[in-house]
Ligand binder design. Structure first.
Ligand SMILES: *Cc1c(COP(=O)(O)O)cnc(C)c1O
Length: 398
């Protein structure tokens, strides 16, 4: 093994973090992945059955069942399965009324899909700052920012500087944590913004007893291979508006008008549907969701307890009144130890514990550097001090 820096120093933050992770993950063979899928239920059975029926592609019973099961799991009126979470977000934003030339408020601290989905609508991401507790949009800062940056005329929120309509607020539940969704909803209402949830990371999370995905007019989930449950690749649009649900199904299935043999498409739709084969996998994965969530919670409790004893770093826990799915466990270095972030990442990965930093904030990527934005001090500070740790459910040791 190559020693890239001195780890012999007692009290060294990198050494202490590696020791803490080693304690929590004791007994698990290295390398330990950041997040692995788990196929120990009916996955093979349903996929084999799907193949046996011949209906592996764009129609079939597993898609219908997966959508019904998702609606039941989230408590949403409608769930529409899509080929990935980014496609779900794209159509969610269109259904929220986002049009070319609009702006959409969204955190800079997010995965690229949130900003890209806005761009696919020919709209512009407008970046706002994050809060420490949930890593999501800071409702208080957002309200203060809108007072200086926006005005509402004839029921339309407008950017004072660019003159563009600010149509929606796309929030993201980072690593399964949820921020103050009541406060965010109130800001959205007061400023005539349509609230949309990027809940890609938050299946199984809730706020005051209500599952994420129920707060926006429309929301998006992801079932990528690294998410809480997976369909290989996949996503879903969630809504409590039955008519919007029908629109989502229509738009994601090429906008074809129902007919026994004729091909009439009444608008320019998308071929975004989830194949039946992937939905079969999804049905089996959803059956395992309660077990996955329970074990991920136990693992999170192990990390929280062990890191309580390490000075200079804290493990992030769910904010009061919320339930996190603890998709990815997260630690935060303090102001002093943050300078050692890259050493910590190197030491963890050298020790066989896959760890990674936050995404590069969107406003620091050249492709999004020119977008309108608030000052983003918390976003920039967090991006320099947050680290994700191995988080697969099987690591709970149960
Ligand atoms: C995973 C993810 C998505 C969607 O990703 P896909 O790979 O397209 O399914 C969107 N937003 C966030 C924040 C994500 O983490």
């Amino acid at each position: 093994m190559t020693v890239t820096h001195d780890l012999s120093n007692e009290g060294d933050i990198a050494t202490e973090i590696v020791a803490a992770v080693r304690d929590v993950l004791a007994g698990h063979a290295t390398p330990v992945a950041l997040h692995e899928p788990e196929f120990i239920g009916n996955e093979l059975r349903y996929v084999a059955d799907c193949i046996a029926t011949g209906w592996v592609s764009s129609v079939g019973g597993y898609v219908d069942k997966f959508e019904a099961d998702l609606a039941a799991t989230t408590g949403c009126v409608a769930a529409i399965a899509t080929m990935n979470g980014t496609a779900a977000l794209h159509v969610a934003l269109l259904l929220a009324g986002v049009r070319p030339g609009d702006e959409v408020l969204t955190p800079s601290l997010t995965f690229i899909a949130s900003a890209n989905a806005i761009s696919y609508c020919a709209a512009t991401p407008h970046f706002v700052d994050a809060e420490e507790a949930s890593l999501g949009v800071d409702a208080v800062r957002l309200e203060a920012y809108l007072r200086t940056a926006a005005t509402v005329t004839d029921g339309i929120c407008t950017n004072r500087r660019t003159g563009a309509p600010i149509r929606a607020l796309l929030v993201m539940h980072v690593f399964g944590l949820t921020g103050d969704l009541d406060a965010l909803s109130a800001v959205a209402d007061a400023w005539h913004l349509v609230l949309v949830e990027d809940a890609a990371e938050a299946l199984g999370s809730s706020y005051h007893g209500r599952a994420t995905g129920n707060f926006g007019r429309v929301a998006a989930l992801s079932f990528n291979g690294n998410k809480t449950i997976t369909t290989g690749g996949g996503g879903a649009i969630l809504t409590n508006d039955a008519e919007l649900g029908r629109r989502a199904k229509h738009l994601t299935t090429t906008a074809r008008v129902k007919h026994r043999w004729d091909f009439v498409h009444d608008e320019i739709g998308f071929n975004y549907r989830l194949p039946n084969l992937n939905a079969a996998l999804g049905c089996a994965q959803l059956e395992r969701l309660p077990s996955l969530l329970a074990r991920k919670r136990v693992l999170a409790e192990h990390y929280l307890a062990r890191f309580a004893d390490v000075a200079g770093v804290s493990a992030i826990s769910e904010p009061p009144g919320t339930i996190s799915n603890y998709w990815l466990n997260t630690i935060k270095l303090d102001a002093v130890t943050a300078a050692r972030r890259d050493d910590v990442l190197t030491a963890l990965n050298d020790a066989g514990f896959m760890a990674r930093p936050l995404w590069r904030p969107m406003h620091l990527l050249p492709i999004y550097a020119a977008c309108p934005r608030d000052a983003l001090p918390v976003t920039e500070a967090l991006s320099a001090c947050v680290i994700n740790l191995p988080s697969s459910a099987k690591l709970a040791g149960l």
